[in-house]
Design a protein around this ligand. Structure first.
Ligand SMILES: Cc1cc2nc3c(=O)[nH]c(=O)nc-3n(C[C@H](O)[C@H](O)[C@H](O)COP(=O)(O)O)c2cc1C
Length: 388
């Protein structure tokens, strides 16, 4: 066995992860009226059984208005709790710690699913799919937007902050151990942070301090309902390409850490263009995680085209992040963590997979002359000749 940081345990507050592989939040667009379905259970289960230390449930909405699509998952009513409990239970049953991201789409609400084009939804299409509350499914923003979203009043902002607290309370009731506040990708909280989008003239707009007020109040409200021994993450677009960049992110992290935030999940984009890059290359957001960790004085999670085991291990060894989040590569290979453990020579039996799987894979590895199907290329294709 070799010493691998990726497969070393890590403890944050009262929660210990068996390794540092995290499955990033990924929308499934498959809920019905916010309720989790069998698909969600299968999906999180296969990620947990693949050996990740932490498995995130997708951006789950704190308000009906916050739903990006008809299929968004919800935590805005108590009757969502049983479905969320099934997800948390299933993640735990399969050996991982259960995490959930909470979000609100703001002006980006009410769209077609990505595979149906992702454009603004129409009332006719929504009603054809059984939506009965089109008018209540309102698009809201910090200030009136060009595309017709309505500006929130101050009273509505206070109610919204309370909705976040109630959603956090439901996630605790459902048995999740980690909650993440989605403050990235051009959605509502990010719209408040943005100097371009947030044109409010009261104390929720204008200066940097005012623009971060909503997030700070949400963090405080979340902490009222989230036990002190459970970690709280925040996802930021550390560089949004529109006036909010690493310097602002570092200052923000320093402001929210004392309020009880433990980890910054370092993403980018969303005000202009897509936050999910296909073109920027391996580990395109790792520099942001490195910057937050070094200058923000807070733990960071790296995400974005982290594809190979040796790549993930190097990010940790170089001190660029504390956690490694995988999204699309885990879709391709839900067993990525156990595959990475074998490639890095880590102890899969103890560190990665449930015994029903680990026992057999360990035994096969012991035979010495079988190379798994995923072997052959790594991030450094020239030097990786594919030997086990
Ligand atoms: C299908 C899909 C759904 C996603 N849903 C979310 C989400 O719910 N919340 C979020 O913050 N990011 C979401 N993302 C972004 C991922 O969490 C991740 O940051 C991004 O895909 C880059 O990582 P990757 O290169 O490993 O895929 C989603 C990405 C994909 C592909």
């Amino acid at each position: 066995m070799t010493d691998s940081l990726l497969f070393k345990t890590i403890t944050i507050r009262g929660v210990t992860l068996k390794n540092r592989v995290v499955i990033a939040p990924m929308h499934q667009y498959s809920a019905i009226e916010g309720h989790a379905q069998d698909w969600h259970v299968t999906n999180v289960g296969r990620y947990a059984a693949g050996g990740a230390g932490l498995v995130f449930v997708e951006s789950t909405k704190v308000e009906r208005r916050g739903c990006g699509t008809i299929g968004d998952l919800g935590a805005w009513r108590d009757d969502h709790i049983p479905g969320l409990t099934r997800l948390a239970d299933n993640i735990r049953l399969n050996g991982a710690v259960a995490a959930i991201q909470l979000g609100h789409s703001g002006a980006r609400a009410r769209c077609f699913r990505p595979w149906a084009g992702g454009k603004p939804l129409t009332r006719v299409a929504a009603e054809a799919e059984g939506v009965t509350d089109w008018d209540a499914w309102e698009r809201i923003a910090p200030a009136v937007s060009e595309d017709g979203a309505r500006a929130l009043t101050r009273a509505e902002i206070q109610a919204l902050v309370m909705s976040w607290g109630q959603a956090v309370r439901r996630c605790n009731d459902a048995g999740f151990d980690i909650v993440e506040i989605h403050a990235a990708h051009g959605y509502l909280i990010h719209q408040f942070l943005s100097p371009v989008i947030n044109q409010r003239t009261d104390d929720y707009g204008g200066s940097e301090q005012n623009r971060r007020r909503l997030l700070m109040q949400i963090v405080e409200e979340a902490r009222r309902f989230w036990p002190a021994d459970k970690p709280l993450f925040v996802r930021l677009s550390v560089e949004d390409g529109a006036g909010f960049g690493p310097d602002q992110s570092v200052a923000l992290a320093q402001a929210i850490k004392p309020l009880g935030v433990d980890v910054i999940d370092c993403s980018s984009g969303g005000i202009t263009g897509s936050p999910v890059s296909d073109t920027l290359g391996y580990g395109y957001q790792v520099p942001y995680a490195e910057r937050l960790k070094s200058d923000g004085g807070i733990m960071s999670m790296a995400v974005g085209l982290i594809v190979h085991a040796d790549q993930a291990e190097a990010i940790l060894q170089n001190g660029q992040a504390d956690l490694i989040a995988i999204a699309r590569e885990a879709m391709y290979n839900p067993n990525w963590p156990m595959d990475a453990a074998i490639k890095l020579g880590a102890d899969i039996n103890a560190a990665s997979t449930p015994p029903q799987v680990a026992y057999w894979l360990d035994k096969r590895r012991g035979s010495g002359n079988i190379v798994p199907s995923t072997f052959g290329t790594g991030i450094d294709r020239l030097s990786n000749d594919g030997d086990a």
